[in-house]
Ligand binder design. Structure first.
Ligand SMILES: Nc1ncnc2c1ncn2[C@@H]1O[C@H](COP(=O)(O)OP(=O)(O)OP(=O)(O)O)[C@@H](O)[C@H]1O
Length: 247
């Protein structure tokens, strides 16, 4: 039996009267790829912020590898091995690509030499090594997204949470991003992915969790989710449903 890596117990988050997440519970097991989907405003990013310490939930608890991390500061959660990307990528623009990645690598490295080794490995993995001396501000959107991933991989995470890393990419770049997800899983990293590009994530997800208006409305293997009437109505629509039936 695989152990739960991440466990949410009835997480609720409110902004004034608006309930962005309501009693959301689920677990992600070690080595799984789990996708979190739902319409715009469903509460996916808010939940990521609650898990990674950027928001303190109104109520409920978050556990990582059995340790309760509810309300911990983000840097402490990253140090424990849970890292996340942001929907709007924010590299340190006036620093080089390599220095950006080094800032992540120093979290776990014992000295500069080790940090540089970690950074260079990660830069090669994310195909940014040739651009290591570029200023981050000069990168294209796909390379900025790779850099965002490289920075968090340099912290040597056990679990990575990706927030819409495929948005704005072309089909070749999406395929490369999917390959990276598969490679991360092969290397033992557990993944929780927020994404709107169903064609990319459905084939690689072990399980899919669906949020709508802050509540979890479904959870299950991709094939079950694409046939779930409530999910089709709330989010997937007939188009994706019909397409997935054909394949
Ligand atoms: N800081 C905030 N203050 C007030 N309301 C917020 C805040 N952040 C999010 N919300 C509201 O909470 C709800 C959930 O938003 P959230 O960004 O989590 O949705 P989402 O599922 O990530 O959407 P998308 O797919 O568009 O990224 C929305 O109604 C949003 O307007």
């Amino acid at each position: 039996m695989k152990r739960p890596k991440l466990y949410l117990d009835k997480v609720t988050m409110k902004f004034g009267n608006l309930i962005a997440n309501e009693d959301v519970s689920f677990e992600v097991k070690e080595g799984e790829i789990v996708s979190l989907i739902g319409p715009n405003g469903a509460g996916k990013t808010t939940l990521f912020n609650c898990i990674t310490g950027f928001y303190k939930p109104f109520s409920g608890r978050v556990y990582f590898e059995g340790t309760e991390i509810t309300g911990w500061p983000p840097h402490k959660i990253t140090a424990l091995g849970l890292a996340r990307t942001f929907q709007i990528v924010k590299p340190l623009k006036e620093m080089t690509v390599r220095d950006n990645v080094l800032t992540g690598a120093f979290l776990k490295a014992k000295d500069r030499k080790e940090a540089e080794e970690i950074a260079d490995d990660v830069l090669k993995f994310t195909q940014l090594y040739d651009k290591r001396n570029f200023l981050a501000s000069s990168l294209t959107i796909v390379d900025k997204k790779r850099l965002e991933l490289a920075r968090i991989l340099a912290t040597k995470p056990k679990m990575v949470m990706l927030d819409e890393v495929m948005a704005g990419l072309n089909s070749t770049e999406i395929k490369q991003a999917v390959d990276i997800c598969m490679k991360l899983r092969e290397s033992g990293i557990t993944l929780l992915i927020v994404e709107h590009i169903m064609e990319a994530i459905m084939p690689i997800s072990d399980r899919v969790i669906v949020l709508n208006a802050g509540r979890k409305i479904a959870e299950g293997p991709p094939q079950e989710i694409v046939n779930n009437e409530e999910v089709i109505k709330a989010y997937l629509g007939e188009r994706y449903h019909a397409k997935s039936k054909k394949s």
